[in-house]
Design a binder for this molecule. Structure first.
Ligand code: DGY
Length: 325
């Protein structure tokens, strides 16, 4: 019972229970700022720190950290400099798999919500402006028959493709934009003959809905910038459930304002929780507060997996979901 865990923000019970069965647990009362987190990690009091996406674990912090590992309560780990962690012998774990369907549900919700103008419609009713059925009230666009372009073709993109095919969409994908990586027939598995790989430029130009499913890294930061937005169809809609900085959000706000593209459904933002100037005032957007994985069952599973990773690292074992080795 000599293990000691630092939990930067309380996580659901199944995770906290597993941690307290395996050692001493400190849950911070509020999310730590960078300096506080750095000092706690350097204190030598904790074996493993269980982090959230907002906890920046960069190279200087990791260089001074006296921990065996970092267990991230997320599948993405762009908040952690994994190379630096590896250099300092710090293991990193994440929570893959359990949030795939929930996040794809949110991508589909954003596709439907932007296509059918759900936010404008809801507001109209609440504002008491619904005066009865009208032939031309809040006309949206059809999803069936529309082209969905998937940037990335990992777990969440595939789960989104599955849903979109059910809605009668034509699905195209580009597996590793902006570069190319041919995906073999075998790799396509259940999607063989149902979805088609195209180069990134073609994906951008042909998509009615362009949905982002790439990790955030040096290659994908601002993957969708003013130039890419300018090459999209004027009636296209951008969907982002991946990471905010994949999109140049100021350029997006401007493109939405001047009609370069028709709309956007966003669950993530470039500088969360802040939004680019003007974005919130635009009617042709559906904006969600990063809730892709926010179901009771999924967050419990994420808590369980992140705790299992933390306990394994503390006990000197390889975590069940390692990011580095
Ligand atoms: C993740 O896990 O990376 C999501 O963004 C939050 O659940």
């Amino acid at each position: 019972m000599g293990n000691s865990f630092l939990v930067t923000t309380a996580i659901p019970d199944p995770g906290l229970q597993l941690l307290s069965d395996a050692g001493r647990v400190t849950v911070l009362p509020e999310p730590p700022d960078y300096g506080t987190l750095a000092a706690l990690c350097a204190s030598g009091e904790y074996d493993v720190v269980l982090t959230q996406l907002r906890d920046v674990m960069d190279a200087p912090l990791l260089a001074d950290a006296r921990v065996k590992g970092v267990s991230n309560f997320a599948v993405g780990y762009n908040n952690i400099d994994v190379e630096a962690a590896t250099r300092h012998g710090i293991l990193v774990g994440n929570t893959p798999g359990v949030l795939t369907d929930a996040t794809a549900d949110i991508a589909m919700l954003l596709i439907l919500g932007t296509a059918r103008r759900v936010v404008e419609a809801d507001r109209l009713v609440r504002d008491g402006k619904f005066l009865g059925w009208e032939p031309e009230l809040l006309l949206g666009r059809d999803v069936s028959g529309a082209v969905l372009g998937l940037a990335g073709f990992g777990r969440i993109a595939r789960a989104t493709a599955r849903r979109a095919l059910g809605f009668g969409m034509e699905v195209l994908f580009s597996p590793r934009p902006p570069g190319d990586r041919p995906v073999s027939y075998q790799e396509l598995g259940e999607f063989a003959g149902k979805v088609r790989q195209v180069p990134w430029n073609e994906l951008v130009a042909r998509s009615d809905f362009l949905s982002l499913h790439v990790p955030l890294n040096d290659q994908t930061r601002h993957l969708v910038d003013a130039e890419v937005l300018g090459r999209m169809k004027p009636d296209a809609i951008l969907i982002n459930t991946a990471r905010g900085p994949v999109v140049d959000e100021s350029a997006l706000a401007e493109s939405l304002r001047n009609g370069t593209i028709a709309g956007a459904g966003l669950d993530v933002f470039e500088d969360e929780p802040r939004l680019a100037a003007g974005l919130a005032e635009l009617p042709n957007t559906v904006l969600l507060p990063h809730v892709g994985s926010a179901t009771v069952a999924v967050r419990s599973e994420m808590a369980r997996l992140s705790a299992l990773n933390a306990v394994a690292i503390a006990e000197g074992r390889t975590p069940p979901h390692p990011v580095n080795h």
